[in-house]
Design a protein around this ligand. Structure first.
Ligand SMILES: Cc1ncc(C[n+]2csc(CCOP(=O)(O)OP(=O)(O)O)c2C)c(N)n1
Ligand SMILES: [Mg+2]
Length: 608
């Protein structure tokens, strides 16, 4: 057998650089790295020699580097990914939040944290946590519950099995998610005679499982028996690249559809059967259909509480849910009738079996009415009033075209965008599985790396921006332009509203309502400017539109700051959301909110 003598780290990098997509590109495009003693000598040396064929990028924070990697994979519909390496200890645990984010959103990313010495000679090495009762525990065990595959590389031979398992998970349409290969730092540097053919290029094909015949027949029967079906399109539609198939299916059978946060942008908003969004952040016309539907057909959705209005939206008279899903876990939630298959394949089989089945027209007048209502919300504010988030969205709508991707993750914007944003196909990127503050700026950079031809617009609140923004400097350094619309309402606006909605007093959310000795004054323009971004403070939505037009052509990231009103919500659409209100309180407002809460939980559908 022909062999090649490499360190384990060199072998890992060599192997990763020849894992290919069907289109002939590297599946793992490259690696984000912050070095420390846990990876600089081993992995760092290997990456240096491979830098022409397998690029290394340097960020400012392990979590946000991983956010960029995750956004990149999402933009590529899970067909390409990135790796992220850290030292041991804090560098590694900084990535745990990002791993959880990828896990919830079922997105592929390869985490390679350094780990303690396999030989334990220097124990306790710098940054090693010590478990008094278990010699095998390291900080990296935190990754186990948030990885779809976890392995610890403590011998050089381990990569021969661990790496193919990692790629198997990342390219598996059902089990897709983050992989963690915790790499012991002495093992990284250890040499081994690897079989040469281990490094032959390999193409990873993403399979499309066929449905079970019985499930298919039952699904056809359920649809034929329905009078008013409604399709709920989730992220699975996009990951299966089944957008056109879904539209053809909807058109042929005249079934209206709504899109979840992950599914939004699967189909252009202008299609007549597109009724917007369901649930907590749903459109009025979409939620009206949901309330009247006798069959909800989920396609690639995991039925998160926002989608289902905490299981009050798909309530009476709808008690039937058909769930077309790649995984049995999602396909059988709450007694849903499953059709476990790839979305593209399942839709083709269903439509063939349904023949010319056509349903009665949905309420097109309600759809029209919805756009009249939201047009009014988009209008610029009167006089000197601070704009609302809806008015900001109106301005961004006017300033962007179908070549844009609008993105966000946490705060007021995700809900407001879900209900109001008129997404072109492929024009929406929302991290709402984990809704992780601090995803936005780094995520925008990852999107732009995946889709350089698009105008990427990052919608971020002052709170999320303050939580993580330092990859702005990375984007400047790497010449990756995107537009940040930073809405400054002086604090955690959406949680402040939620707090009061639950009967609470305004407390610890807006900066002025929080303990302070000196009133907070954050100069965002100076802050973003200090990292090299183009910065503008605008005083009106008209100025925002003009600044956005300018930012579109820039070669650097642009941060546009606008002060907004923290008080109003979007004022359109929506449904109840289950946030538990205290059963006893000295505050009458809390008692009143609890009373309402009990009425609402009585409406929840708790399953068959
Ligand atoms: C990492 C993280 N911490 C806490 C939360 C809870 N949370 C959700 S939105 C939010 C406030 C966001 O404030 P900002 O970004 O300013 O948006 P605004 O609602 O004010 O527009 C908080 C604290 C979260 N989603 N993620
Ligand atoms: Mg805010």
């Amino acid at each position: 057998m022909s062999t090649i003598r490499l360190t384990a780290a060199q072998a890992m990098v060599k192997w990763l650089s020849v894992q290919m997509t069907e289109e002939g590109e590297r599946f793992i495009e490259g690696i984000w790295a912050i070095f420390g003693h846990g990876n600089v000598a081993g992995i760092g040396e290997a990456l240096y020699h491979a830098k022409e064929t397998f690029p290394t990028w340097r960020g400012h924070n392990e979590q946000t580097m991983a956010h960029a990697a995750i956004a990149y994979a999402k933009t590529h519909k899970r067909r390409r990914a990135m790796a992220v390496t850290s030292s041991i200890g804090p560098g590694a645990t900084n990535m745990v939040t990002a791993a959880a984010l990828a896990h919830v959103n079922r997105l592929p990313v390869l985490f390679i944290p350094g780990d303690v010495f396999a030989n334990r000679a220097p124990d306790p090495v710098l940054q090693q946590i010590e478990d008094f009762d278990d010699g095998t525990v390291s900080a990296n065990d935190c990754f186990r519950p948030v990885s779809r595959y976890f392995d610890r590389i403590s011998r050089p031979e381990h990569i021969l099995t661990a790496l193919p398992r990692a790629l198997r998970v990342m390219t598996d349409p059902a089990n897709c998610g983050p992989v963690t290969l915790a790499f012991c730092q002495d093992t990284q540097a250890e040499a081994y005679d690897y079989p040469t053919d281990f490094f032959e290029p390999k193409v990873w094909y993403i399979r499309r499982p066929e449905p079970d015949q019985r499930e298919l027949e039952a699904a056809v029967a359920a649809i034929k028996a329905a009078k008013k079906p409604l399709i709920v399109a989730g992220g699975g539609v996009i990951y299966a690249q089944a957008e056109a198939d879904l539209l053809a299916f909807a058109n042929k059978h005249n079934i209206p559809f709504v899109e979840t946060q992950a599914g939004k942008g699967a189909i252009d908003w202008e299609n007549d059967l597109h009724f917007g969004a369901p649930g907590v952040t749903g459109t009025a016309c979409g939620n009206k259909l949901a309330a009247e539907a006798d069959l909800v057909i989920g396609v690639g959705t995991r039925f998160q509480d926002f989608t289902t209005g905490s299981w009050t939206v798909f309530s009476a008279p709808c008690r039937k849910i058909l769930s077309i899903n790649i995984h049995g876990y999602d396909g059988q939630k709450r007694g849903a009738q499953p059709l476990i298959a790839d979305a593209k394949v399942a839709l083709a089989k269903l439509t063939a079996a349904l023949g010319n089945t056509r349903f009665a027209d949905p309420d097109f007048a309600a759809r029209k009415e919805w756009f009249v209502t939201t047009d009014a919300l988009f209008a610029a504010p009167e006089g000197n009033a601070l704009p609302t988030d809806a008015q900001i969205i109106g301005a961004v709508t006017r300033a962007t075209g179908k070549d844009s991707i609008v993105m966000s993750a946490a705060g007021t914007m995700p809900g407001a965008l879900h209900v109001l944003w008129r997404a072109a196909a492929g024009g929406y990127h929302m991290e709402y599985g984990f809704s992780c503050m601090g995803y936005e700026v780094a995520g925008a950079m990852g999107i732009k790396m995946a889709a350089p031809e698009k105008h990427v617009v990052c919608m971020v609140g002052d709170g999320s921006y303050m939580m993580a923004n330092s990859e702005l400097a990375t984007a400047v350094m790497m010449g990756i332009p995107f537009t940040v619309v930073l809405t400054d309402n002086r604090g955690y606006g959406c949680i402040n509203r939620l707090q009061q909605g639950c009967g609470g007093a305004p407390f610890n959310n807006l900066l002025d309502d929080s303990y302070h000795v000196n009133p907070a004054h954050i100069d965002f323009v100076a802050h973003a400017g200090s990292m090299g971004a183009i910065t503008r403070k605008v005083g009106s939505v008209a100025e925002l539109e003009a600044a956005m037009a300018e930012a579109k052509g820039a070669s650097l990231p642009t941060v546009i700051l606008i002060e907004t009103d923290p008080a109003p919500g979007t004022g359109a659409g929506g449904s109840w959301w289950d946030v538990a209100v205290p059963e006893v309180s000295e505050r009458p407002q809390v008692n009143a909110a609890r009373e309402k809460y009990e009425q609402n939980i009585a409406r929840q559908w708790l399953g068959n």
